[in-house]
Design a protein around this ligand. Sequence first.
Ligand code: PEP
Ligand code: MG
Length: 325
Amino acid sequence: RKERFAEMRDRPAVTRDGVQIDLQMNAGLLVDLPQLDEAGAAGIGLFRTELQFMIASTMPRADDQQKLYQAVLDTAAGRPVTFRTLDVGGDKVLPYLAKISEENPALGYRAVRLSLDRPGLLRTQLRALLKAASGRELRFMVPMVSDCYEIHAVRDLVERELAHLKRFGYTPPSNLKFGAMLEVPSLLFQLDQIMPHLDFMSVGSNDLFQFFNAVDRGNPRVAARFSDLSPGFLRALKMIVDAGHRHDVPVTLCGEMAGRSVAALALIAIGFRSISMAPPSIGAVKAMILDLDVAKATAFIEEQLANPDPAADLLPMLVEFANAN
Ligand code: PEP
Ligand code: MG
């Protein structure tokens, strides 16, 4: 099996009916980078910048941040890297940042909410990113967006940092791609308003699943009752892909479900053409893709989603479909 994956590594992820799928990997530290070649990923679809902050005992300095981002871009050697701005708070606690006691940390002071409240933190990071990507493409996205105004607020900060850097003679990134993560269900109802302001959107299905079903993602007693292959959740994901098509905005997904072959099959069937996952999953997902007939899978899932009396979990049917085709 190992040899089969090694042989597959350099093959493009193209389905039997000729649909190219962009398979990217999730990362967070420099030590993850060799996996790009080992797993045969097309790029880094999610770089979790908070990891550098979480393993440090004091706040990483601006130049340490810049050094890391620069090293990541150097190692990726032209393959796209999507940096996520700080996603702290909630379950991701920084020991040196005043700990706030909250009854519901997942619903609390975290991610972009904290970043906009402490703009110094975000501006330092944005500046480090802009400098690290001097003269090359910079892709970055904002976590836990729940309203369009947050996107405008972050964009304002980016513009200010860019202006500042230009004033001091820095070469800006050759190309700036600005994205939002869809992790909060409120954005499902603002898709047509937010899409025109984005260069791409990335679905954080771990958090979206948690908020969609109102279940703590880390609590198996409740999380296990719900499937991310339920018709309701798949319809929500399809809404996002469809909005991306309407607005010509690329949509990708970087939650854990992308790394499970059957779930990845469902994602491709509802229209995703780009997904990002933990590196060890890429081999199995690519194997599934090489065997897949997208047109058939799409017809199958559409039939299931149109069923007036659907199963609560499409997993068994999808497994059956995958085995039969
Ligand atoms: C997600 O929520 O799906 C995601 C990719 O982000 P994280 O797991 O880091 O919250
Ligand atoms: Mg998340």
